[in-house]
Ligand binder design. Structure first.
Ligand SMILES: Cc1ncc(COP(=O)(O)O)c(C=O)c1O
Length: 360
């Protein structure tokens, strides 16, 4: 059977090595072998960004990326604190919703989905509202493929002594993150830039923040998960097979050369795709300098999304629609996962056939 190539932003096309790891012998999560697995994943997650385990903890969770973001937000903004959420897409807006559900004191710095984050407005807000103690932002806003300027946001947060909580679900492992003093935590998942499977997610948190963590839910209590994991235990039944996949994906990530190598590899695929589509008259939504290397959004080339999607699917490629009102204008292509340059060449040829048909 020909496997489809997943060009949606996760889950990703698996490498043979990660796929095979899913078939390891059954494992009870109360046996030492599981805790070896958990320990290795936690250590390897920190080593992706060379983080000091005395200062940072990788807390492994069972759930999707949203579970990690919800654990981070609901646990790390104590009752006496106030959160400012920066929104310029679906995932920023989701953070606000999470904060509201947990009755956290929250306000937003809203932007149009097509806009970059306005740092001047952010500075003004931090200046005018000294009650703000935490800022939440999305690093790679997958809605549009925009890479938000996390380093500049972190700098402002440091200036105003505010802790930054970042959704790095679709950037962790592929984009550079300066874990500068203002970053308190980042949340991410196994099945995007790390190339694991869905079901395992994680928060990288500054250990000092866990001393004042809130415990608003039983299941997403980050400090509780961390305490148990530090003792080589686990509070609940974890997604064991997703952990097998994540460990293998992290080993593969290191063997291939780590963050720098993955960033470069994604960059070259993104550039190849952008150049090939430009030759077909298909323009990107956002200039490459402001885009992630992980996913890009493109204007539909005079052909409805469904026709483009179905035509490409029949050739073995799964692309992704725009969200909300953007679904009528855009399509998105991610190059995460076991994707090769020749796959992009084939994708471009299949796209050209469809576009030429429509324009004929
Ligand atoms: C930036 C970002 N945050 C959060 C999520 C939610 O992740 P999940 O669907 O794994 O819950 C996604 C999913 O694509 C994302 O791209």
């Amino acid at each position: 059977m020909n496997r489809p190539l997943l060009l949606n932003p996760g889950p990703v096309t698996l490498s043979a090595r990660v796929r095979e790891s899913l078939l390891l012998p059954d494992l009870c999560h109360r046996e030492p072998e599981f805790f070896d697995l958990q320990d290795e994943i936690r250590e390897r997650l920190l080593s992706v960004y060379d983080l000091d385990p005395e200062v940072w903890a990788a807390v492994l969770l069972t759930g999707s990326g949203t579970a990690a973001v919800e654990a981070m937000i609901s646990s790390l903004v104590p009752d006496t604190c106030r959160l400012l959420v920066i929104e310029n897409g679906v995932y920023g807006e989701r953070i606000t919703r999470i904060a509201q559900i947990h009755r956290i004191a929250v306000e937003t710095l809203a932007h149009d989905w097509l806009d970059e984050i306005d740092l001047q407005r952010l500075q003004q807000r931090l200046q005018q509202q000294p009650a703000i103690t935490h800022v939440a932002a999305v690093h790679h806003e997958t809605t549009t493929g925009r890479l938000n300027n996390l380093a500049a946001i972190a700098e402002l947060c440091a200036q105003y002594d505010v802790s930054l909580l970042a959704d790095t679900v679709s950037s962790f492992g592929a984009e550079y993150i300066d874990f500068a003093p203002a970053i308190g935590a980042v949340a991410a998942t196994a099945n995007k830039c790390l190339h694991g499977v869905p079901g395992a997610a994680f928060v990288i948190v500054r250990r000092a923040l866990l001393n004042h963590a809130a415990s608003r839910t039983l299941y997403l209590d980050l400090a509780g998960w961390c305490r148990e994991q530090d003792k080589r235990s686990t509070p609940f039944t974890p997604s064991v097979q997703a952990c097998f996949g994540l460990r293998e994906a992290l080993r593969e990530f290191a063997d291939e050369g780590g963050l720098q190598q993955r960033h470069q590899y994604y960059s070259s695929l993104a550039a190849q795709l952008a150049e090939g589509l430009a030759a077909l008259g298909i323009e990107p939504l956002i200039a490459s300098a402001q885009s992630s290397v992980v996913l890009r959004a493109y204007h539909l080339p005079g052909i409805g999304y469904d026709r483009l999607h179905d035509g490409l699917k029949s050739q073995g490629f799964i692309i992704y629609a725009g969200q909300g009102a953007l679904s009528r204008q855009l399509f998105r292509v991610s190059t995460m996962g076991a994707v090769q340059a020749q796959d992009i060449t084939r994708l471009l040829a299949a796209t050209a056939d469809l576009v030429v048909d429509v324009r004929a």
